[in-house]
Design a protein around this ligand. Sequence first.
Ligand code: SF4
Length: 404
Amino acid sequence: MPEPGDSRRRVTVAHPALPVITPASGEEPPGLYLHIPFCKRRCAYCAFNSHACLVPPAAYLTALASQIRYWGAQDWCRERTFTSLFIGGGTPTIYPGNELAGLVSLCLNSFHFSDDPEITVEANPNTVSLEALSILRRGGVNRLSLGVQSFSDRLLGALGRTHSRTEACTAIDAARKAGFANINLDLMYGLPGQSAPEWRESLDQAIAHEPEHLACYELTIEEGTPFARQVDKGELALPGEEEALAMAELTHAFLAQSGLQRYEISNYARSGQECRHNLNYWRNGSYLGLGAGAVSCLSGFRFGTVQHPDAFVGMVAGGKLPLAEGECLPLEARFRESVVMGLRMLEGVSFTRLQRRFGLTPPGYYGKILEDLQVQGLVVISQDTLRLTETGLLLANQVLAKLV
Ligand code: SF4
């Protein structure tokens, strides 16, 4: 049976901003996300919901804990088994290890989790110590995602990062000593003044640390950032399109030889160590996001949380749900989203799964649009699956724009 669309959804208002959310058929287990919106300093390219501070406010964790308790007691959550917890930011490790471990413990006690949940904490290299990492590991955190971005001090400086190459290496070594057997390193290419050999050098150094997972993103210039202003004034020299494409191709070729399988446009992992939490996003599963600016999608009902941490803290302290806007997504919109996000994964999207969830399949829904993409060699249909080809992956933005 397909999931109910808007017209058939039973929407009974349980809270002024929150309908009763009916279960959907064919739904995968959800993930839980906590947002920590603080960093020591803002990077020059950052468009995330993050605020600079040296000492993060204790009141924020109090409000977050209150939200964890509230949501853990809601029917939608009580009826489900969560398989992943991801604490992201910002820089979660700007808080001491014992406070983050306390949040993890509260989540494990407030929600029902599977026997072996994936529990990730994001960290920046100069905000972790062996002691803090050991506390997190003992507290059940089993995956560490380190924002390394580059192994070049010159490029780290250009990005406005607060850490050095040496601090990144020290943090990785400390994570291993603390017992982390699943480490992701975030890296960026297409940086101001970066050449392909320099990018290869960063990849080389990353691989030397034998990470289980690598996320390699091309720098994008986001509106309102210092980098965007510098671009407008002609003060930022970025690699050209061809050079950036060469770096992308180099990434795939280089990592293919290193035992890290590409499983999403920008993500590579050793077999079995793909990020479970993110796979759930790309499969358009349900997730609950708590904290300032976090977004949730529960059985097709999507809603945000107020952006500013002060507003979040104030509303929670005043006994209000700190929710921003919410919408029930129509069935077709959810189908298209599932196709577009699913095609980011190399496994592509399964017709059987889409048929079960939405009563629709890509060939029947997109018709000629999909046929044209096939003729152009950008997508391939094999048996039950639609996926991007090698060329399609390189031109993913253009291909996916046709299916949105
Ligand atoms: S560390 Fe990440 S979230 Fe924080 S300012 Fe830099 S890019 Fe933004």
